[in-house]
Design a binder for this molecule. Structure first.
Ligand SMILES: Nc1nc2c(c(=O)[nH]1)N[C@H]1C(S)=C(S)[C@@H](COP(=O)(O)OP(=O)(O)OC[C@H]3O[C@@H](n4cnc5c(=O)[nH]c(N)nc54)[C@H](O)[C@@H]3O)O[C@H]1N2
Ligand SMILES: Nc1nc2c(c(=O)[nH]1)N[C@H]1C(S)=C(S)[C@@H](COP(=O)(O)OP(=O)(O)OC[C@H]3O[C@@H](n4cnc5c(=O)[nH]c(N)nc54)[C@H](O)[C@@H]3O)O[C@H]1N2
Ligand SMILES: [Mo]
Length: 738
């Protein structure tokens, strides 16, 4: 999220792609409604389903799943044609927009209408409204990401904002509504298999930096791997770990994993039934040697599997029973205080991990960086200090436990919209939104804003991809530097070698001795401090890239979902080539898409999403009598017209069949929110599997109040080409009366 939820109140237009905040971010949605009250902000919702958010919008575009790229190119077509683009912003701060202009020319409103299902005049109407009501904020969430082209979708949306010059502005920006409590923090800390914490890339240099910061021997670290080259390879993802268990099947090739299958699975805080391809996941679970589930509830992976031995449920404490820093969707940090001591024999997650480390023999190394000279540490304060000391890339230097606690204690001393502090909090923004470059820096509430000095939260775009590409400068143009900058225009990221030249300063001999190699590893903080004095962002001042020369599609291109209802368009916009060793698993694209005409046997689009009373895999809520009562059983939203064609009455049980050969049995619920060519399934249920009630497998006394089929038993095969997120928002199915 470039701005903040509060800042949405500054918007004059709000366009929402694939997010349903009225249901999924109901508190944050208050800011959207305030924007309407304050500025008469025009709200546009683009979604395949008429959602509760759409009900509050001024305009609703019912898009076919997986066609947001044509939709946005269609908007750009109209914007460029009418001269509504912000050409000076593009000239000074963007790279590669001419390629986008060329592609946009192809997407006339009529062509967009054919591909997306949104009428041409509607596209022209909403584009006019959005372009003329500036600043406009662009919101997205899972409706853009959960596709094989999810990563292209999430590049396309910022490109639209860059074209309109809506980036780096109050009331503008790209505001991605994050999911779980602290999911931003979890990502920043790298619950990921392809980077180190703080998004430091896998590579010898990063590992050496972390070895030093973790106070462990680099050689010891390398010995934890089969051989050192494995340190720099992507691991498995949550979406496809199961393929690692299934020897030689489903894209498994053991040579991608040190010639071995996965044998054990340790799950801490994921419901498992929330992941696509449940039948395969079951097979993966069944074939494990060891399954350990650390969860405050019964993790329904234990119910899904037929595995009888070596399945352990560890009682994890909840977040009410622990404390520490948590990061909100807008990069602001808060301190969470403990409400009660862990109940019964449950333990907070870190205690469980410490106990593991002790038994596996690396507790000393695990805790080394937190310990003082007497070998003691205080949890979680010393962990927070370690993070602040280490993670320069996203600017966490200023996040000391003392400052974070003071912010949380004084949250009434901050403005809700600008996040600016008053009284003793003056000069700081609520939660010190990162980057928070130094221990005196007040945080950056709004990314890429050049109207503020760097000291006050301003910055340009990061210089991450070199100084030039194909002879074109990657640095920002003259005149576009943050306020009070010593340099007028673009400049590179700051290093030991260029600091004196770029900042036009002289370092003392002592500073020269202490300074780190570059801003990302400079634990002396000399680079950050000197940069603040000079009004310079340590990470440089560059252009935002519309063209990514290292990606399979250099600019976002439309590609039909692997299972598309439009066979004619599949030929025109085919999927990617298959990708071997994609996070250790061979992954199908074109071979799956062209295996057969899927839409012939599976003619209906399948969309999945959320309910307001349930969360994720849903066990937490289905175990609550009152929340379960609001949606006591699994259902499928179906348009009465489609239902009528299939002879299905409201409340009938139906079978939903998927291309993978799997099926679920659920209740039909008449709804006009979906058009007759698609159905909607919530994914919060478990306890039934392909028509069978497996609830006898819950440990005694733990069966939740509501059980049902998991939508993920029928979500289709398909994984994003960069991130491997499952294509749970675009697939096909066949429906019949049960
Ligand atoms: N009550 C509740 N709140 C939650 C959660 C929960 O489970 N329950 N989960 C939290 C988490 S982890 C997350 S990530 C967020 C997710 O928040 P959202 O992303 O808002 O959640 P979804 O309902 O999954 O999807 C949003 C919308 O995307 C639409 N969509 C599907 N396909 C497409 C498409 O191709 N294009 C477009 N434009 N739209 C599409 C769906 O119809 C749906 O209305 O919510 C968080 N908040
Ligand atoms: N079909 C379909 N599938 C989807 C999605 C979709 O839109 N459609 N959305 C996807 C998305 S965005 C997400 S984020 C996932 C969400 O799915 P999950 O990540 O499975 O979400 P939760 O149910 O919140 O799971 C969290 C688990 O952690 C446990 N837990 C809660 N607090 C703690 C704690 O403090 N410690 C520990 N150890 N455990 C705890 C809960 O009891 C629960 O079992 O679902 C994904 N799956
Ligand atoms: Mo999520």
């Amino acid at each position: 999220m470039t701005n903040s939820l509060g800042d949405i109140q500054n918007a004059k237009a709000i366009i929402i792609f694939g997010a349903n905040p009225a249901v999924n971010h109901p508190v944050g949605f208050g800011h959207f409604l305030k924007a309407k009250e304050r500025n008469n902000a025009q709200m546009i919702v683009v979604d395949p389903v008429y959602t509760k958010t759409a009900a509050k919008a001024d305009y609703f575009c019912q898009i076919r799943p997986g066609t947001d790229i044509p939709f946005m190119y269609g908007m750009l077509n109209i914007i460029f044609k009418n001269g509504w683009a912000n050409e000076s912003f593009i000239k000074d701060r963007v790279y590669g927009m001419e390629l986008i202009k060329e592609e946009a020319k192809k997407w006339t409103p009529e062509k967009v209408a054919d591909v997306t299902g949104v009428p041409a005049d509607k596209l022209i109407q909403i584009t006019t409204v959005y372009a003329k009501n500036s600043p406009g904020t662009l919101i997205w969430a899972m409706g853009l990401t959960q596709h094989t082209i999810g990563s292209s979708n999430t590049r396309m949306a910022p490109i639209l904002q860059l074209a309109l010059g809506n980036m780096g502005k109050a009331g503008g920006g790209t505001n991605i509504l994050r999911g779980h409590d602290n999911v931003q923090g979890a990502t920043d800390m790298c619950c990921l298999s392809h980077t180190l914490p703080g998004y430091y890339g896998l590579g010898d240099g990063s590992w050496k930096y972390f070895a030093q910061q973790w106070k462990v021997d680099y050689g010891w670290l390398t010995r934890q791997f089969q051989s050192p080259e494995w340190m720099n390879k992507n691991g498995f993802t949550l979406a496809r770990w199961w393929a690692g268990v299934l020897d030689g099947k489903n894209g498994n090739d053991k040579s991608h994993n040190g010639k071995t299958s996965l044998k054990a699975l340790f799950v801490m805080g994921n419901g498992i039934t929330s992941v696509a391809q449940q039948a395969k996941i079951k097979e993966g679970l069944d074939n494990l040697e060891l399954l350990v589930l650390a969860d405050p509830f019964v993790n329904e992976a234990a119910v899904l599997t037929d595995k009888q031995d070596d399945v352990f449920l560890l009682p994890a404490a909840t977040q009410f029973e622990t404390s520490g820093s948590v990061t909100a969707t807008n990069r602001s940090v808060q301190w969470r205080t403990q409400v009660v001591e862990p109940l019964f024999e449950s333990k907070p997650d870190q205690e469980i991990l410490f106990e593991f480390a002790k038994r596996l023999g690396f507790y000393d190394e695990y805790t080394a960086a937190m310990k003082d000279s007497s070998g003691k540490f205080t949890w979680p304060e010393d962990a927070t200090r370690e993070i602040a000391r280490t993670l320069k890339t996203i600017g966490l230097t200023g996040w000391t436990p003392e400052r974070i606690k003071k912010h949380t204690k004084n949250w009434h001393m901050f403005d809700q919209v600008s996040l600016r502090g008053y009284g003793e909090m003056k000069g700081e923004y609520y939660g010190l939104p990162w980057p928070c470059w130094t221990e005196n820096h007040g945080g950056s509430p709004l990314l890429y804003n050049t109207n503020l000095s760097v000291k006050d939260g301003g910055m340009g775009f990061r210089n991450r991809f070199g100084l030039e590409h194909d002879g074109v400068s990657q640095l920002a143009g003259k005149g576009s530097a943050p306020k009070n900058s010593k340099v007028d225009g673009g400049y590179p990221e700051i290093t030991r070698d260029n600091i004196e030249e770029v900042l036009n300063i002289k370092l003392t001999a002592d500073e020269k001795k202490r300074i780190g190699k570059n801003w990302k590893v400079d634990t002396s903080n000399i680079i950050a401090e000197k940069c603040m004095e000079a009004g310079i962002a340590p990470y440089g001042n560059a252009r935002a890239r519309a063209r990514v020369w290292t990606f399979p599609d250099e600019i976002p291109m439309h590609r039909e979902p692997l299972h598309s209802p439009r066979q004619d368009l599949v030929k025109k916009y085919p999927a990617y080539a298959d990708k071997a060793n994609h996070y250790r698993v061979d992954t199908q694209y074109i071979s799956k898409q062209s295996e057969q005409n899927w839409s012939k046997d599976f003619p209906i689009n399948l969309v999945t999403g959320r309910l307001v009373n349930m969360n994720g895999a849903g066990m937490e809520n289905r175990a609550s009598k009152y929340l379960a009562a609001l949606s006591p059983e699994m259902f499928c939203d179906i348009n009465p017209e489609l239902a009528g064609q299939l002879g299905i009455r409201d409340g009938d049980m139906i079978w939903i069949h998927a291309p993978e050969g799997t099926k679920i049995k659920v209740k039909a619920k008449y709804s006009f929110a979906v058009s007759p060519d698609r159905v909607f399934l919530p994914f919060h249920f478990a306890g039934h599997f392909q028509g069978e009630d497996i609830s006898h497998k819950y440990p005694q006394g733990t069966k939740p109040y509501a059980i049902g089929e998991s939508a993920n038993t029928v979500t289709n095969y398909g994984y994003d080409i960069i991130t491997q997120i499952p294509e749970t928002k675009g697939g096909l199915c066949r429906i019949e009366r049960a």
